[in-house]
Design a protein around this ligand. Structure first.
Ligand code: ZN
Length: 291
């Protein structure tokens, strides 16, 4: 039986898995372990895949920043990151040296976004923005059925923001302080602003209205620039059920009837693939490489 491989490479946890090439949703085996430095972690990844002879292709969805430019000398590398033992690590090269099969190399958000496109909330549309709001804020953008990659992968978590009138918080982005989306809305920014973790903030806390204001503002920017069919919010923060309806309401207020968009309950959505999105995306991307 021929298999597909998945490596969901997170900053705190790695998930590796294999599924059937003819049926990527059928997961044959799956393992996860804490992320150590590059070398130690990839040893565990390789030990897992060593058990399987018939792997057609492997999808890798990695935390970033990573080099995704095929013509670059450091293509396949993890770029400068505060994570110890990863800056300048040749992730893809290490895998190719182990076994020279096709690899789909992309960002973690592209992986999860692609899963939503193939079998989740966005499976019937061709233009999607998938935004994850967790430890950081990142986006996978699908345009006409393909992941958008220009000079490099998008970093749509760092778009500039107009501050909420009641927000005194100085922001958490090391590059942009309180001027960008990530600096104002990521989980650690919420915790620093309000003095408690987002998951402990009650539903009636003003934090959620402010969070919705910023995420709606981001949705407005993506709407104006990309005109997608759907915007999906994933990651830890949008787990809060009250948030999506609040984003829809704020979006309509801020858009002020300027642009027509699909009905709000279809246009602004949350993920459907849940915790499997990361590895499913890897399988689906790997499958695109199998002739
Ligand atoms: Zn920033």
């Amino acid at each position: 039986m021929s298999l597909l491989g998945a490596i969901e490479a997170g900053g705190t946890k790695f998930v590796v898995a294999v599924s059937e090439t003819d049926n990527p949703e059928k997961i044959v085996a799956r393992e996860s372990f804490p992320t150590e430095d590059g070398e130690q972690t990839l040893k565990k990844v390789i030990a897992f895949f060593d058990q399987y002879e018939d792997i057609d292709a492997i999808g890798i969805a990695s935390f970033g920043p990573i080099d995704v430019k095929p013509e670059s000398a450091t293509y396949g590398y993890v770029l400068d990151t505060p994570k110890r033992g990863w800056s300048g690590f040749d992730f893809l090269g290490t895998m190719k040296a182990w076994r020279d099969i096709p690899y789909y190399w992309t960002t973690d958000v592209n992986g999860a976004g692609w899963a939503e496109y193939v079998s989740g909330a966005a499976k019937d549309v061709e233009n999607v923005v998938y935004l994850t709001v967790g430890t950081g804020v990142g986006a996978g953008i699908i345009v006409n059925g393909e992941l958008l990659t220009g000079y490099s992968h998008p970093e749509a978590g760092h778009i500039m923001m107009q501050k909420h009138p009641d927000d005194q918080y100085e922001g958490l982005c090391p590059f942009h302080g309180d001027r960008c989306l990530e600096g104002l809305t990521a989980g650690p920014a919420m915790e620093a602003r309000w003095g408690q973790s987002a998951k402990d903030l009650p539903d009636d806390h003003p934090a959620w209205e402010m969070e919705a204001f910023y995420l709606a503002q981001a949705a407005m920017t993506y709407t104006a620039t990309l005109r997608p069919n759907m915007i999906i919010f994933g990651g830890g923060v949008p787990h809060r059920e009250i948030l999506i309806p609040m984003i829809r309401k704020s979006f309509e207020e801020q858009m002020n009837n300027y642009l027509a968009v699909p009905p709000m309950d279809q246009y602004i959505q949350t993920v459907q693939n849940g915790d499997n999105a990361g590895i499913l995306g890897c399988f689906y991307l790997a499958k695109t490489l199998v002739k």
